[in-house]
Design a protein around this ligand. Sequence first.
Ligand code: NAD
Ligand code: USQ
Length: 383
Amino acid sequence: MRVLVIGGDGYCGWATALYLSNQGHDVAILDSLVRRHWDMELCVETLTPIAPIQARLQRWQDLTGKSIDLFVGDINNYTFLKDAMLKFEPEAVVHFGEQRSAPFSMIDREHAVLTQVNNVVGTLNLLYVIREHFPNCHLVKLGTMGEYGTPNIDIEEGYITIEHNGRKDTLPYPKQPGSFYHLSKVHDSHNIHFACKIWGLRATDLNQGIVYGVLTEETGMDELLINRLDYDGVFGTALNRFCIQAAIGHPLTVYGKGGQTRGLLDIRDTVRCIEIAVNNPANPGEFRVFNQFTEMFSIADLAMMVKKAGNAMGLSVEVNNLENPRVELEEHYFNAKNTKLKDLGLEPHYLSDSLLDSLLNFAVKYKTRVDEKQILPKVKWNK
Ligand code: NAD
Ligand code: USQ
């Protein structure tokens, strides 16, 4: 299939583009490279030295004989997006190309506006190009589990059946997101749902949990294909951050008691989930929602697992309960469904000692690149 990967220079997008290419799909990457620019603005660098996108793609072709087309530009520029899509003629578009950090979106008004304009307008442009030129193209859009928030009832996959005053309906599951970033995903979901309903487009919204790990079969083939691994207080995410902190002897930064529970998945399952969605398109007019995670953990449990794995490797690992910079409950009920991707064939890589071991070793290998000043959280939700 001809698959356009928007955001293909990023963490999930790069691994996915190579994986789909390796599976025999005809892949193109579209990316504005703005994430590299945001890193520079924040004075942060990913743990791993990532090569320029052109060098990465050249290496992929040299190693495998497979070529991946590249379109460098911003999806907020409608003409650029339309021209790129007319040139590539995708049958499926996988859309990772958004500002994805909750802390970044909470820095100040400018960053909140940038996040919502970048994400919501970019997705809206994409919906219009699909409607005008590729009405049969399947949109596979990355959403987030954080769209649901932490309700005191089970979380369904996108929809919930409610009985009210003697009548019954199946409705979009209520959304209570926890940052302006997570809100941008909710706005996207509403726009995509509406476009499917009125124009008959086909879309799959993948409400992904927190991704961990760095190696996939493809990105591990060569140093030039290495994936990014963020550890800083803005773009770094819980488990990846904890492994890098353990590697350099920094106390693990658990916010509050660590009673927040989240769905998580290995990056090797991210790429497989996308493949499953691409190979099994939604029907015309259907707005399909899958919850894309494999296991649920509290943040305190993740920290304890990293401490145990670190200790087993001879690292001394402390856990530090910091004042929570976010506005979140200390503890909450969390039970989310995740059967739809498994029903379509996902066989999860569950979090194991060997994965933690390999991630810790990876972090130790690159630890001299860590800037310790970038670890503690600086963005507060209610300052
Ligand atoms: P990332 O920042 O590593 O990659 C995003 C890529 O999109 C970057 O290369 C960036 O340059 C590009 N991009 C951003 N805005 C763009 C625009 N307007 N036009 C063109 N390109 C643009 O992020 P990631 O971690 O790979 O996340 C990818 C997607 O998956 C995001 O939508 C994110 O919300 C979602 N997601 C990520 C995680 C996670 O743990 N990393 C979890 C759940 C959902
Ligand atoms: N947390 C800590 N210590 C840290 C970092 C985070 O205790 O050092 C806590 C946070 O307070 C929060 C939880 O861990 O309760 C998750 O935070 P995170 O930064 O790992 O993840 P989050 O901000 O939710 O965002 C990440 C990605 C985002 C994606 C989301 C999936 O950056 O793109 O949408 O995970 S989910 O969390 O399921 O919504």
